[in-house]
Structures are given as C-alpha cells and as structure tokens.
Design a protein around this ligand. Sequence first.
Ligand code: FES
Ligand SMILES: [Fe+2]
Length: 339
Amino acid sequence: MSERFPMPMPFGWFCIGYGDELAPGEVRNVHYFGRDMVLFRTASGKLGLTVPACPHLGAHLGFGGTVQGESLRCPFHHWQYDTQGVITDIPYASRIPPKWEGKPCLQTFPVCEKNEVIWAWYHPEGAAPDHEVIELDEMSDPEWTERQRFEWTFGSCPQEIAENGVDVAHFKYVHDMEAVPEGETTYERHVRRSRVSGIRKVSDVDGNEYELESTVAVVQNGAGQKWVRFTGFMEYLLQVLVTPIDDERVEVRFMYLHRHYAQDSFEFQGLQAAIENTNGQKGLEGDMPIWHNKFHLRNPVLCDGDGPIMRFRKYFAQFYVGGPYPGEDGVPARLEEAS
Ligand code: FES
Ligand SMILES: [Fe+2]
C-alpha cells in the first residue's frame, strides 16, 4: 500500500487497453494492479488474460508465447491453454495429466470487451465479478462515428480521481469555472448517477465566448467504469477510464465519442474547444499536479461549502475488501453516517 493513500486497490472492472490495439493472434504483456499479466486474442477474437508463468515449468508466456487457433502456446515445451486456462494440447504427452483434464490449470482473470475497451476484473482475493460493465448505446449508433482518445500516466489512485467530481469547491480555484450548480445524485448499490443542468460558458478556437444551456450526466459503475454524457447545444460522450498500474500510479484514458461534423462547423469547433477544456487546465490537466502529489486524509477537515465528499467516500468504500482503511474494521462509522 502507498504511503500517500491508506486504501488498498479497489476491486472492479478496469480498462487495460482498447480492443483495436489487439488483433486476433496477438500476445501482449500488460502490467496493471501491481501484477504482470499476459493478454492474448485467439483466432476467432476471444480474449484471454493470464498469469505470466506457464504452470508446466514456469516459462514466461508473454515472451515467445504464440496464439494457435483458440489457444495460447508456451514457447518452452509447446503446451497449449485455452482462454479459461484449460490445457488443450501437450504435443509429446500420450494424455493430458488426469488431474487437469478439462479444468483450468493456468490461472486466468476475467476479461471482456465492451464499448471498444478491453476490461479486466481485478479483485485482491480473486472473487468473481459481482456486476457487469454497462454497454453504452452510442457505441453502436451508426451516426456516432467519431472517436478521440487521450492518455496520461501519473501518481494517484482511482478513488482520489473519482472524488474530484463531488469536490465542488475546487472547480473555481483549480479550473477557473463558475460555481457548479447542485445536481441530482442517486446511489444504487455500485452505481452512482448524477445529473446537472445549467448554463455553460464555452469558448471557440478564436477565443469567442458563448453561454449555452447544457446537461452533464455522470455515471459511475463500480470502481473502474465511468462515463459522462453531455447534451444540449452539442452532444458527446466521454468514457473516463482510470486504471491502477500499482499502489502508486494510474493510467487515465479519455475516450470521446461524437457524431461527424464538418471541420468548419460551429458544432465541430465547439466540440473541439470542449474537449480541449476537459483535457486541459479546466479539466484533467488542472487536477493532475494536485493528484500527483496529494495525500488521502481519512479525516479531512471540511467546511459547509464543500461538496458531499464523505457521502461519496461511503459509496466508494464498498469497493474495498474489509473496508477502505486497514486497521479500521469495515466501513468506518463516520462514513456510514454521511448523507
Ligand atoms: S514451461 Fe511452458 S510448456 Fe513447459
Ligand atoms: Fe477537477
């Protein structure tokens, strides 16, 4: 565990890449959740995510391992495993060791592909997923053809970044934004939804400012899936993909999705300005140096102008086995009481 964050890594579905980055037949080493893993895609397109060590004699499957049809083949003695880790072939054995026939022998992790993202389920104790990644309608809408993707790596953890949205006071000081109007928020088990409508100041590429009506709806589904839907004078969707690399570092990906607009249209320019704002000082890059260096305080000193920070922490506490703070049993009373 990091010294800056008393919480362990939360469990959940986390982005470990985009689907189009891994072609059928490809094998790739990935490092997330403080562990090395091997990701591969079979000839038919199925994904497998495994520990790196071959259970036979320990060769690293990510260095020289190859996809053979629906299996991953170890470079050392050519044992093959399917996406569930079941041995499918040992070229020089008369039979597969009976103990392992039809059973997972190579350890694998749950992995799925939705919204053009490859998601891995992380759980510190290996528990199976207790919820699914939610599919977004726009991803399969033939009109929503455009994607823009951005990526950052820095020192932080998923909860710190997620908490930023309810920290209403910082918008003025970090992002130079007007006061954020109170929206409606609902919490339903692992899903948090919030919705804010109001007038938004937008500047175009020439610096002209406009005041336009817009609605921002944010959904957090577990610790690792979040998206923001902007509607009103222009519409776009942002997948906010935050993945712990280890206890100290995160990879943040922003994937924007929108309709096609002509380059010189007002919509396109407004959209580009909004994307630049959301990536830049008015958004992620404004927060980044603070996140990169800050501490997570279990007992922050708060004032009446702060947002519902403790309520958000109570929500997020459910994604830690045994509660967020080791040494404090379960969810601390001060969080349970937060409303
Ligand atoms: S170590 Fe992998 S097949 Fe022998
Ligand atoms: Fe922020």
